[in-house]
Structures are given as structure tokens and as C-alpha cells.
Design a protein around this ligand. Structure first.
Ligand code: GEK
Length: 241
């Protein structure tokens, strides 16, 4: 069980940019479950994708793995000939992930790497997961990342991309934001917490419209790009190489 997220529960004189530091790591599972509608469903589909797409002798990449929630589910569906690479550039996340892995059930070997995903060389990949991670890269750097992932994937392999998204229609944007904030309120966040988190994250997490993601994946050479999930301003896409 993770500690309850109360990071933004008291008024702050200045709200600094959001960081994946040890304070966030301590509460991360609680934070993500109470902030991202559908997070648990997305994880369970990632596990399903491992069953369908991971091939013996191939590699799997979980980019921006945080505490390895997806890695843990994937590896139990893979045999010992598969290597799962869990990558994150947060020192605190990787440290905590390494501590917790000892308690995981048996499964395929995992290589944990503290690195910026932009510097990771993807090869032999039958499954790549970018679950709520691409959104933290500057938009101009997203095209080359997706192209490099595509180049490192086996034909028929799958990329799962989940993102916070935005909408071109201002009314849609407003409604989806309101419903997302209602979701957070229903999960125990106060208006102060919602407002302070929003201002901490606004320079760090840049959402794009779903269509922009679909176009980027198509341009990178994925043969099928299938949006399969949306709840308010969160969406997930499966792209087949
Ligand atoms: C999950 N996928 O539980 N390189 C590597 N890691 C990065 C980078 C980067 N350039 N930028 C951000 N991160 C996880 C949840 S959380 C989503 C992903 C969220 C990492 C960052 O350190 C953090 O651990 C993760 O991406 C994003 O299925 O907090 O909204």
C-alpha cells in the first residue's frame, strides 16, 4: 500500500514545477490511481497485450516505467527468453523500483535502467509501453522518439501509448477538464489540491489532441493505429508495427 497523496493539501506561497522526487515516489501509486481515470483498466490491457504480442526471444520496453506497475504485469506473462527493459529518468523512482522488485512474483528477467528515454536504443521489440510518459517530453521532441521506437520494433509488434489529451473545441476542453476535476474530487482531492497540482504540472505536462498522436504514429510507419480507450481527457492507443 502506498502512502496517501497530500502533497498539495496545504496552501503553498509559490507552487514550483512538479518533479518526480522522493516525496512524489512515496505517494505515487495513490496519486496516479486517484488522478488518472482508467489507470487500472489500462494496466490490465497492457498485461493482455503482453499475452498477444510478446514473442519468445524478443525484448519489451516500458519507457517511463515509474515504479514498474506495467513491467510487473508484463513479465509474468513472458517466458525466460524475453527481456523486459524498465526505463525511467527519475533517480527516486528507479531507487524505489529496485527496492520493491525483490517482492515481485517470478517472471521474465527485467533490466532496470535510470536513463532518459530519448537516449535509449530500442531493438528487437515486440511490445513497447509509453504509459503516460510521452506527455512529459517537449512536443518538438516527440516525433523523433516515436520514429526511433518504430525503427526498433519487430514487424507485427505493438506500441501502447497512453496520454493526457487536449481538445481543439474550447467547449469540449472545458467539459473534459470539469469532468476530470470532478473525478479527482470524488477521489478525495480538495479544490486547493487540484488547483495547486494543476499549476505545478502545467509547464511539465503538455497534452496534445488525440488526432496529433494518431498522425504521428501513422507518419512513423505504424501499419494500424487504434485508439481503444478514452475517459475524459485521457486516451490510449495501440499502434501495430
Ligand atoms: C505507469 N508508466 O505506472 N525519460 C524517462 N522517463 C521519463 C522521462 C524521460 N525523458 N520523462 C518523464 N519520465 C507509468 C506511469 S508517470 C505518469 C508514468 C504520471 C518518467 C517520470 O520520471 C515518471 O516516472 C513517468 O515518466 C511518468 O504505468 O505521473 O502522470
Amino acid at each position: 500500500m502506498s502512502a496517501r497523496d497530500n502533497i498539495y493539501s496545504v496552501p503553498l506561497t509559490t507552487v514550483g514545477d512538479f518533479q518526480f522526487d522522493s516525496d512524489v515516489v512515496r505517494v505515487f501509486p495513490d496519486m496516479i490511481a486517484r488522478s488518472v481515470p482508467g489507470y487500472a483498466s489500462i494496466l490490465s490491457v497492457i498485461e493482455q497485450l503482453a499475452v498477444h504480442y510478446v514473442r519468445p526471444g524478443s525484448d519489451v520496453w516500458d519507457l517511463g516505467c515509474s515504479l514498474g506497475a506495467a513491467t510487473r504485469l508484463i513479465r509474468r506473462r513472458c517466458d525466460a527468453t524475453v527481456t523486459v527493459h524498465a526505463v525511467d529518468n527519475s533517480v527516486a523512482m528507479i531507487q524505489r523500483l529496485r527496492q520493491q522488485m525483490g517482492e515481485w512474483e517470478p517472471g521474465a528477467p527485467v533490466i532496470v535502467t535510470e536513463a532518459d528515454l530519448r537516449n535509449v536504443h530500442i531493438t528487437n521489440a515486440s511490445l513497447v509501453v509509453l504509459n503516460l510518459t510521452l506527455q512529459f517530453l517537449p512536443p518538438a521532441e516527440r516525433d523523433p522518439v516515436i520514429r526511433r521506437i518504430a525503427a526498433g520494433m519487430l514487424p507485427g509488434g505493438a506500441l501502447l501509448l497512453s496520454e493526457k489529451i487536449c481538445f481543439e473545441d474550447p467547449r469540449q476542453q472545458e467539459l473534459m477538464t470539469t469532468l476530470h476535476h470532478d473525478f479527482k474530487r470524488a477521489h478525495g482531492y480538495t479544490d486547493l489540491e487540484i488547483a495547486q497540482k494543476r499549476s505545478a504540472i502545467e509547464n511539465m505536462l503538455i497534452p496534445e489532441p488525440l488526432q496529433r498522436h494518431v498522425q504521428r504514429l501513422t507518419d512513423a510507419g505504424f501499419s494500424a493505429v487504434i485508439p481503444w480507450f478514452q475517459c475524459f481527457n485521457f486516451a490510449s492507443v495501440i499502434a501495430i508495427r
